[in-house]
Design a protein around this ligand. Sequence first.
Ligand code: HEM
Length: 390
Amino acid sequence: MDEEEASIEAPPTGAELYAEYAELRAQNPVSRNEGEPWRVARYEDVRHVLKTHTDFSSEVSQRMQEDEGRTPTMLFTDPPAHDRLRALVSRAFTPRQVAAQEKQIEARCERLMQGLASKSRGDLITEFAAPLPVGVVATMLGVEDGDFVQFKHWSDTIFTNIGEILIGTPSEAAVQAGGEMSAYFLERIGRLRERPGIHLLSDLVYVETEEGRLTDGELLMFCFLLLIAGNETTTSLIVGTVRVFHEQPDLFNRLKLSPELIPGFIEETLRYHSPFRATLRKARRDLQIGGEAIREGDLILPLIGSANRDEAVFDSADRFIFDRKPNPHLAFGLGIHSCLGATLARMEGRLAVESMLRHMESISLCDPETPELDGFGAPASVEVELSPAG
Ligand code: HEM
């Protein structure tokens, strides 16, 4: 863990990160340092690990399994527990329900972007890319306006400590934020059981199949899961789009003229700047990946960010090709755990870009060396220079 923490303190730039991935794919496609998880770097191997849940378990968090009374989130469960949670939660996550959020998200983009685009310099993260997804998740969970600042604080504290929460010893601040957030949502869930609201959490309280309803513990874990899975990833996607505009300023004008190209541009950003760089699995038995012998219980890191740059699958993989077709990237995972929020994230990305195009003539990074990611998430701050639309 010490070495991992050291690398989190000094995040690599994008160029360093992708050079390291390229070397792994070429020289050591399945490898590990003593005491660390196996890193799986090639597309076909990453794909295999993600889709073969019968060999690769998602019950990776020793802490979660050992913590009595804690309900694990669906991200860290295997079937049959996962099947039940996913079936129930999917019902409140349909394309129709996501589409119903479009107007509200567009208005949120508009409000935030007006603030950012009124200046020639600003912080993309704090002024737009972080509050947007946190606001979207808060609305889904029925967090009232007055509680938003508190919710954002819990979200930030929990995410900053996510590594330790899963596999180490969480900080006092994270324990306190987790406790406060649990109390807040348990109280709200109790009230929703008496009187429904108009938001996703309320839908989930009432969703029912032959498997029964979600328990309070399961609902609470779902609130935490949305924070972990939905916030930083979407922030990183938005930062990724601005990195591309920095490197290819002409593309900004191209998309202004042909907005129908934006969805393809978002797909390529997801491939090129994968927000969810890697996930974690545990081998269920002795097996082989790419000829390497893996022992039952070994931890495995499928490097999604590396798979998405694999030259064996993507022509000119290190070039950003905004209309790349086909684009079978793995940014949203694959198989039974594939991202439940993918439709929502794509929509948030599209609406964010549309609002940039509406309000600006150009946007670029003040420091092109800004690290790609910081630990598990987006950097805390990304200064941008922009020219507002006249
Ligand atoms: C660009 C943004 C996003 C990316 C790149 C992303 C990526 C991913 C990936 C790779 C997984 C699978 C992890 C694994 O297999 O271990 C995942 C799972 C998940 N994501 Fe996302 N995600 C994004 C946004 C969101 C949003 C906005 C939400 C909801 C608000 C969300 C909810 C979930 C949930 C609930 C799961 C767990 C699914 C399961 O275990 O069955 N994600 N996401």
